[in-house]
Write a protein that binds this ligand. Structure first.
Ligand SMILES: CC(=O)SCCNC(=O)CCNC(=O)[C@H](O)C(C)(C)COP(=O)(O)OP(=O)(O)OC[C@H]1O[C@@H](n2cnc3c(N)ncnc32)[C@H](O)[C@@H]1OP(=O)(O)O
Ligand SMILES: CC(C)C(=O)C(=O)O
Length: 791
């Protein structure tokens, strides 16, 4: 059947109340109401499968834990389960002393007796009786006149009074009385007041003290009008009922029009003291009013609700298990999606909101002011109810760059520059569109790693930085401006398609020096369009994150660009890594010039090619001056072999030249000790030097281990003086096999025919002890120089 063209033919509107001097619209809520949870009664009676005693027990304990002090636990006359549950709570002493349990009964003698029997022995009980009072119920259900309806309420209230007094006398149970003119919102307002006044008189003991007050519960048993109408009815009731000070006015809104929350809030403004409802709004039909929603609404106004939902997920878990009803994903405060934004503009605003709030809070903290929550689209801090920010931003095809950037920042700590956000957004958007699904955080982080070759392991690209050195030297150009006078030289070992190569370049900064090296050695030619950086983490573990945008060289008309990201404990290192990250994207699978390992080490080969051979074969990252020195050796040797040397020839030549890896040297250190002297500002070396089988005790002092050792051997050198021109070291090997390799360039000066003659050479040594490797490198150099030691 279609909807009616004229619904007024079937449905009549509510009758508005002509309330004079209406007060509630200009009031505000400033304190929480008394809460009554009726989950175990009104909520329970609405379930297809009412709760078992075990479920009711768990639910009851959860309510107690949340801080509810009044809990309607059963309709005891309804079933053995309900009756037995009340007996169990009392028998097992499960009711805390400050908690009132409430039980409901209709106005029928047999059921009232059974209900009061159920609470005998309980410390504090609220006996709740109801009878329907509105015209339809009077006429149809009870077939009673107004007078008969009032009489029914009076008669049974008197019975309740008599039986509860008897129970108090016998068991010491403290009782309060709650009366509900059921269907209050459909009852004539004056009749509701009349019947409650009569009930109060029949009860006969309402007083102003908290525990003596009679409770009049005014149910919107069925929500038949807008919330302002309910508020009007409540304000009318509050102003007309006698002895208002001896009464608690309670609300019991249902949610048939979906305005139960609004009705409860407005009716509190209208004068109510107490609210009955269920967690997450379970209950008959569309449910009772949701107490969690009401309480958290107060909380977000800065008013503590005096019930605690700090771990809302745990509460949801118990409630959904007991009710066997799921919570809607959009349910206020509790739904799975209520702290989630999928749409781009929401995500953007949330991201900016968090950033701005962090700054605001820092300032507020420094001047002792409140840290007020003010994040777009998030009325409450999810953390306050035990939720994480994990789900705040989720990505699908409706999302924008801001949300994706937020997630990258949250999960990888990387705060991408705006243009990079746009570039990465397009990558994610393509996935979301193509696969028509939500893009998970795992998808986003792994796509980011793949796109920018970030995170090592399987994500790394064709070019991987192993180590580098940056040097400065004054510019050769006399016309350079102040501040531009330095040239930067990059000298690094980079894996190129798995082969370690030594690349060198120079520029006016580290990044341009690397780009120059890539151009020179690998014909990779790009320029930097933008660069930015920020710190990642705090304190000692802080690192630098750099972002680079590369474009093809020449006039910048192209829209094509490649972004890269690099993270390193060293800021220059992070920039270099960012360049390589972008280069890896830019080159794709284009072929790169190979390192020719077996031919061409004649005059046409460069120093870095030779250095590449050494690093690949012996894992030695030669200092630049040693590279130059050895290159000269290679060139001289190549001349004698028609300009051609094989890879193996070069390696052997290196070993032979520097006696590297030669186990039987003429000189060795038998034992040594390095002490701190002069408050640790200087070092004192003492040990035994073995020279061609002879043991020579030596000792000396210096400002560091090497100078101390040098001074120790000095007096035993046959003639001349020794000094160290250059020293460097690096680790070699991995894990437990790691050693230190030291490189020492030793200079020997001798007077020959009144002229000072200077010769120098390199010594290289590896040892598990870094000081040991340095000393051995000095000896190796001495041996390579052909020095003689006296005993
Ligand atoms: C708005 C609310 O939520 S009110 C609470 C509703 N909750 C429940 O009903 C859950 C528990 N109920 C039950 O277990 C049963 O209904 C019982 C045990 C209370 C009564 O069961 P029964 O005796 O079989 O009667 P039934 O369920 O048909 O109830 C209707 C009878 O109670 C009367 N009645 C209904 N409400 C009331 C009341 N508040 N006061 C007095 N009598 C009432 C009806 O007029 C009707 O009487 P009739 O049999 O003389 O016509
Ligand atoms: C018994 C009353 C309070 C009731 O549950 C209702 O009217 O909804």
């Amino acid at each position: 059947m279609p909807m009616l063209a004229d619904p007024s033919q079937r449905y009549k509107p509510y009758t508005p109340l002509q309330l004079e001097n209406r007060q509630w619209p200009s009031k505000i809520l400033s304190k929480p109401p008394i809460w009554l949870s009726t989950d175990l009664r009104d909520g329970n009676q609405a379930l297809a499968n009412p709760m078992t005693i075990e479920q009711k027990t768990i639910f009851f304990q959860t309510l107690v834990k949340c801080g509810f002090k009044e809990i309607e636990v059963a309709y005891p006359a309804a079933s053995d389960t309900d009756f037995g549950f009340v007996r169990l709570l009392i028998g097992k002493n499960l009711i805390p002393d400050d908690v009132w349990v409430q039980v409901l009964t209709p106005a029928r003698e047999d059921l009232i007796r059974r209900t009061i029997e159920s609470v005998s022995g309980c410390k504090k009980a609220i006996l709740h009786m109801y009878n329907a009072t509105c015209p339809t119920f009077r006429q149809v259900v009870f077939r009673n006149s107004r007078e008969e309806t009032v009489e029914l309420a009076i008669k049974h209230t008197k019975l309740v009074r008599q039986l509860t007094d008897e129970c108090t006398a016998q068991f010491g149970t403290q009782f309060r009385y709650e009366y509900s003119p059921e269907t209050f919102s459909q009852t004539e307002p004056d009749f509701a007041v009349q019947i409650c006044d009569a009930v109060k008189t029949a009860w006969g003991r309402a007083g102003p003290a908290h525990d003596d007050r009679i409770i009049f519960n005014l149910p919107a048993t069925v929500e038949i009008g807008p919330p302002n109408h309910y508020a009007d009815l409540v304000e009318h009731f509050c102003s007309k009922i006698s002895e208002r000070e001896n009464i608690f006015i309670s609300l019991h809104p249902h949610n048939d029009r979906g305005t139960g929350i609004a009705a409860a809030e407005l009716a509190q403004l209208a004068g109510a003291d107490r609210v009955e409802g269920c967690l997450f709004g379970n209950g008959e039909r569309t449910g009772n009013v949701d107490l969690v929603n009401l309480a958290l609404n107060l909380y977000t106004q800065g008013i503590h609700p005096e019930v605690d939902f700090s771990d809302i997920d745990a509460i949801i878990d118990i409630v959904t298990k007991c009710n066997d009803i799921p919570i809607h994903p959009r349910h206020p405060y509790a739904g799975e999606l209520v702290f989630t934004a999928f749409s781009g503009s929401h995500q953007d605003a949330i991201k900016k909101g968090f950033e701005a709030q962090a700054i605001r809070w820092k300032e507020a903290e420094s001047i002792g002011e409140k840290k007020i929550w003010d994040i777009p689209y998030l009325p409450i801090d999810p953390a306050d109810i035990g939720c994480s920010y994990e789900a705040v931003i989720r990505v699908n095809s409706q999302s924008g760059k801001g949300g994706i950037a937020y997630l990258v920042k949250q999960h990888l700590g990387l705060d991408m520059p705006r243009r990079m956000q746009i570039a990465f957004y397009l990558v994610i958007q393509a996935i979301a569109d193509l696969e028509a699904r939500e893009v998970t955080i795992e998808d986003i982080t792994s796509t980011f790693r793949k796109a920018y070759h970030y995170g090592g392991g399987s994500y790394q690209g064709r070019l991987v930085l192993k180590s580098f050195r940056l040097m400065s030297e004054p510019s050769a150009d006399p016309d350079t401006n102040e501040g531009e006078e330095e040239r930067r030289m990059f000298d690094g070992s980079i894996y190129v398609d798995g082969t370690l190569r030594i690349l060198r370049g120079e520029g006016n900064g580290p990044l341009s020096a690397l780009l120059n090296a890539l151009k020179t050695h690998l014909r990779i030619d790009y320029s930097i369009k933008s660069y930015s950086e920020h710190t990642l983490g705090e304190g000692q573990t802080a690192k630098a994150a750099s972002y680079v945008e590369l474009v093809p060289p020449g006039p910048r008309s192209t829209s094509e660009s490649w972004w890269g990201v690099g993270v390193d404990s060293d800021i220059a290192g992070s920039g270099l890594r960012a360049v390589l990250s972008a280069v890896n994207s830019a080159i794709g699978d284009r072929a790169l010039p190979e390192l020719k390992l077996s031919v061409g080490f004649g005059t046409s080969s460069g120093q870095s090619d030779v250095a590449s051979v050494i690093v690949n074969s012996l894992h030695l990252e030669l200092p630049r001056r040693l590279q130059a020195s050895f290159f000269e050796v290679v060139q001289r040797t190549a001349e004698t072999s028609d300009g051609e040397m094989t890879y193996t020839d070069v390696v052997e030549l290196f070993k032979e030249t520097y006696k590297y890896g030669d186990p039987v040297g003429r000189y060795s250190i038998q034992t040594f000790k390095m002490d701190n002297v002069e408050n640790g500002t200087r070092k004192a070396f003492s040990g035994v030097l073995e020279v061609e089988g002879k043991q020579i005790p030596i000792s000396g002092e210096g400002n560091g281990p090497l100078s101390a050792f040098l001074s120790a051997i000095h007096s035993h050198v046959e003639k001349g003086t020794l000094s160290i021109r250059e020293y460097s070291e690096h680790a070699i090997g991995e894990g437990t096999e790691v050693k230190a390799v030291s490189y020492v360039e030793l200079v020997h000066e001798v007077e020959v025919e009144r002229k000072t003659k200077k010769v120098s050479t390199w010594g290289i040594a590896a040892d598990t002890d870094i000081t040991g490797s340095g000393l051995m490198a000095v000896l190796a150099a001495a041996e390579n120089l052909g020095l003689k030691f006296n005993a």
